[in-house]
Structures are given as C-alpha cells and as structure tokens.
Design a protein around this ligand. Structure first.
Ligand code: ZN
Length: 435
C-alpha cells in the first residue's frame, strides 16, 4: 500500500489506546476546497494549482474539507502523536469498477467520448442526456475536477479500509468519505462516488470473510449503501449488516422503500432502518441505543464502518434533528461513537452530510479526540489557526443542542426497541442456521 505514515505515535502494545489513523492529503483537500488551501499552503499553489485544471469544489460542501482538516491539524499541533496521518492513494478505474459500472466510471473519469463537460470533446446534446441518465444534474452537477474528486474520495476511504485490513490501525478516520447516496451507475444527493460501499468491499474480500457492520448516523437514510447489500436470500449467511438511523417522511430525501422502520417480518433482517421523528435529541438516541447494541451483539462484527454525517446536529441548516456531541450526554453523537469504539471491532469512521461547516468541523475534530480514547472537554477553546475567526461567537469545540422539541414519543421509541430486539433474535437464528 502506498501510504506514508507520519507523526507515528509510540504505540505501547500493552496500552489500551487504539491506534488511530487519519486519512488526509493536499490533493484530497484540493479537490474539495482549493480556495481555502490557496491561503493555507502557498507552496501548493506554485507546484500544483497553476499546473492543474483541477479547480474543483464539491458543490454541496464548498470549503468544508479544508475547514475540517485545518481544525484537526490545529488540535494535533498541540498534541504530538495524537493521530497518525496516512496519505491516501487515488483510486484507479479498476478500483472504482469493483462496484460502479463501466459506463458510469468512464463518464465521471472523463474517459467516455461524450464526457465533453470534463474537457473531452463530444456532442453537447448527447452529453446532457447521458449526464441526466447518470444523475449528473440538479444536486449533482458535473464540475471541473470531477474525475480527480472521484478518484481521491474513493481512494481515501479505500486507503482507510486497507489500513484496518492490513492491521496498521484499529480506528481509521476519513472525513472526506461517507458519500452514502451514490449508486452503482448514478450520482445522487451530492454524492458522486460510492466510497462507503467501496470501502466495505475492500474489507469483504478479506479471507476468511469477516462480518462487517455499517452504521449510518447521518440525518438522511443510507439508501445507496443499504440497497447495495440488501438480500432476499435466506439460505446464505450475509457478511454485511447495514443499520441506518435517520429522518424519513413523505417528501424527505431520499425516497426509498427501505427508509421506514424495518418490519419484524422482513426477508432481510440484516438491512435495518430506524427513522426518527423531528427534533431527535440525545435522549431519543439514548432510549434506543441498548437495542442497537443488541443488534451488534447478535451479528458480532469484526469490522464496523460508521458514517458520521453531521447534518443531524443542532444548528444544521436542515434543521430537522437536535443532536449534540458531548460524550458526557448519554445518546449524543460523541457518546454513540464512543460506545461503538468500545466494541472489539476495528472501526472505520467516515464523514457525510453536514451543512453548518464549522459545527461539522467541530464535531469531527471532537470525534477524533473520542477515537484517541481521551475526549477533549467540549468547552475546549478552538486553537488559534487560520480559520479561527469562523468559530465565532463561542470559539469553543461544543455543538450544544438547541431548543427544538423532540417529537419522538416514548411509545414510538419503545416500538423501535422491540423491533430491533426481534430483528436481533432473527439475526442470531440466521447465523446459527447458516454457519
Ligand atoms: Zn445527510
């Protein structure tokens, strides 16, 4: 693997501290947010930016990636050995083809003759119709630099997965990944590449085949990941279980037959969906979490992939959930991720949504500290660094809950719990029947 470990922390084998790998590179940040990087790394401007046509900005999250990495770097500067940085390898077309189909890969990489939007000459009308067919319109417009973006995001999540596979890390973090709406042959919901699925497939190929649990904490349902692994077969033992906790209601993105509360009679108890009502707070997550852990215990995964989308946090422009981050608050994002990190599985933490960029940066920097086993107090001051002024007015790490009313009733949350408990029993039965 073409990884370049830096700042390697002295790892004491006897220590309980998990080995945390953080995946980032200038190229990765560049394809998300080159303008911020222009200020941050002038050497890069000279050597790369002017030589490249990759002037790309991920349309849904302009400037977020650099904000996140700069905040993590600012904390890391004060804490030598805090994390180990891994430089990702860009995905090849062959890597992408482990999940995506040929036409989609050819088009987004600009190899297809119709891909004139990306600099290759072709018939514009033809290009438009193919773009629409591949979902490259509306919320997923083609943008200059898309080929590099797709290669880097997929490569970053796959690099993180390989770091776990090769036993180089116990926890791998890739905040640029988590694009859970991208499908095999179609972009969707700000997602151009199915890095979650590609990372799971890296782990799935390990011999003997491990069990992999995917947990999605984003505000939106993990439609593309859940649908990628849904199975109607009852005679085989699934090695991937997906569980998404999200908001779902008529007209709320994404539309999927699987986004409602999974029926206890489902043919596939390994594809689980838990919708929560508006205003979901730490209290609601705490109410159901024991049953989420029961699903984990029944499945007993060797690897856990967690999509940590930040759009359910209080203050997000989506304004649907009212989640907070403090590990001291039972059921918060930090608490849930902290619980997952206590499982014996190796863990891949991915990013996802999050449209209040400073709050998302706060949450993900905080989760890095949770992953080190020594969470920072949420009242910790934001370190002085280039994007410090953007953290006004609090200038602290915390993302506290707001005043939104939690519409999840105890009655509904108890229904969720009993559903998860029945599904857990069915998972145990299936695994026992198909060893
Ligand atoms: Zn989302």
């Amino acid at each position: 693997m073409d990884c370049e470990p830096e700042n390697t922390s002295p790892h004491d084998a006897a220590s309980k501290q998990k080995r945390v790998a953080y995946v980032v590179s200038e190229d990765l940040v560049k394809v998300s947010d080159h303008r911020v990087l222009l200020k941050a790394t002038p050497a890069y401007i000279r050597t790369r930016y002017h030589n490249s046509q990759v002037a790309s900005l991920l349309p849904s999250n302009r400037f977020r990636s650099a904000l996140v990495h700069q905040l993590v770097a600012a904390f890391a500067r004060e804490r030598p050995g805090w994390i180990r940085i891994i430089r990702p390898t860009a995905a090849t077309a062959k890597d992408l083809l482990t999940y995506h189909d040929m036409e989609y890969v050819g088009f987004v990489l600009g190899d297809a003759p119709q891909a004139s939007r990306f600099g290759v000459q072709g018939d514009l009308q033809d290009t438009r119709s193919i773009s629409a067919e591949l979902g490259l319109e509306d919320d997923c417009p083609p943008f200059k630099g898309l080929p590099a973006y797709v290669r880097m995001i997929a490569g970053a999540s796959m690099t993180a997965a390989r770091s776990l596979r090769d036993n180089e890390s116990d926890v791998a973090i890739c905040w640029d990944g988590g694009r859970h709406h991208a499908r095999k042959s179609r972009a969707s919901g700000f997602c151009y590449v199915a890095d979650c699925v590609l990372a799971i497939l890296v782990l799935k190929k390990i011999n003997p085949r491990p069990k992999i649990m995917y947990i999605d904490l984003d505000l939106h349902f993990s439609d593309a990941v859940s649908e990628a692994f849904v199975s109607t077969s009852t005679s085989t033992q699934p090695t991937v279980l997906t569980l998404s906790i999200h908001h779902a209601t008529r007209g709320f993105f994404p539309a999927s037959e699987l986004s409602g509360l999974t029926s206890v009679d489902t043919a596939d108890p390994f594809t689980i969906s838990v919708p929560l009502e508006r205003g979901a707070s730490a209290k609601s997550y705490a109410h159901i979490w024991e049953s989420v852990e029961e699903v984990k215990a029944a499945f007993d995964p060797e690897y856990v992939v967690v999509q940590c989308g930040g759009d359910g946090l209080a203050g997000d422009p989506c304004a649907v959930f009212n989640w907070c981050i403090d590990v001291e608050e039972k059921g918060s994002m930090g608490w849930c991720v902290g619980r997952i990190l206590e499982w014996k599985s190796k863990t891949l933490l991915l990013g996802g949504g999050g449209y209040n960029h400073t709050n998302t940066a706060r949450a993900w920097a905080y989760l890095v500290s949770v992953a080190t086993g020594d969470p920072l107090p949420v009242g910790t001051d934001i370190p002085d660094h280039r994007t410090f002024p953007q953290y006004q007015p609090s200038f602290t790490l915390d993302v506290p809950a707001g005043n939104m009313r939690d519409e999840n009733t105890n009655e509904y949350l108890n229904e969720v719990k009993s559903t998860l408990n029945v599904l857990s029993a069915r998972i145990r039965e299936r695994l026992a029947a198909n060893p």
